[in-house]
Write a protein that binds this ligand. Sequence first.
Ligand SMILES: Cc1cc2nc3c(=O)[nH]c(=O)nc-3n(C[C@H](O)[C@H](O)[C@H](O)COP(=O)(O)O)c2cc1C
Length: 341
Amino acid sequence: MTPADPALETPLTRAFGLRLPVVAGGLMWLAEAGYTAAAARAGVLPFLTAASFPDPAELRAEIRRCREAAGPHAFGVNVSMLPKLVPGERTEEVFRLIVEEGVRVVETSGRNPEPFLPILKDAGVTVIHKVPSVRYAVKAQSVGVDMVSIVGAECGGHPGMDLVGSMVNLALAEERLEIPFLIGGGIGSGTQIVAALAAGASGVVIGTRFLVADEVPAHDGYKAALAAANERDTALTMQSVRNTIRTLKNETTETVARLERETPDIGIEALMPHVSGKIGRAAYESGDTSKGMLSAGQALGLTHRAAPLAEIVAELETQALTALRRLRPEAPRAGALSGAA
Ligand SMILES: Cc1cc2nc3c(=O)[nH]c(=O)nc-3n(C[C@H](O)[C@H](O)[C@H](O)COP(=O)(O)O)c2cc1C
């Protein structure tokens, strides 16, 4: 595939034959073979999430399922290197498995990927390391990753402790980086893709906007709740344990915020009964979003209804093409005086 307009071609679209310069970032419990393959077929670069498959045999089988369903379209594997999710030993095993399975690209996150780069580089795997702010991107560049994704404060999931917004990250990245970079956090419209490219990015990373895709393996009630929510319906919690997370506002975020307010040094053990991933996973299955830490970002304001992934990608493309037309001098601008006779 190639983009509909040459202005949307970037090192990312060229390397992976994409329709749009868009990465569909790893989604814990949700980015399995069905969703990942659908996103690959729709023309973006998706990442199957390794941490959702703690058993290596299961991960291997899921990669194979995904390859079969994706056909010739590229996909990668996301490896979140949080020690809690994937202990050190296991991380190396996961990377070796990825190499054995012939995966061409990984999205790493959570901590410095340097110890694992030789395994990946020797096999020719492209490493896109995801960080919450530009200072970490500079570090990642210095250890030799191929690309960085900078996912700012607006994002669903973990925006880090700095909470720098995506517009600021965008301009800082151009100033401070030499390797190709992607911008994420609050991206839900194709117009933002064009803005990112204009500022020097090679593409964007999207999580939240894709959560309502038909192919996401979650209950329709969950998707309806996300579609009904707006950009003010997320909460930031867990700053007290230095693991800030942006999730859908619900009973759990209210409880956790209150506990953190009342006992600033509360510690993760006391929060665990509320924030455990098991509760979130149950919400995906039941559609009851009143409890659980359900990662979602401010792009909820741009997420209006459930739809097939291919339709969401087509909508992003239409918006991007509209933005490009606006920028080209020969194109009439919406609302221009000359056209208003
Ligand atoms: C439900 C959900 C689960 C996520 N799980 C992971 C994960 O397991 N690993 C990871 O690196 N990023 C994860 N992310 C982050 C996304 O890959 C992506 O970086 C982020 O969602 C982009 O910002 P946006 O939500 O504003 O689009 C998750 C995000 C969401 C919304």
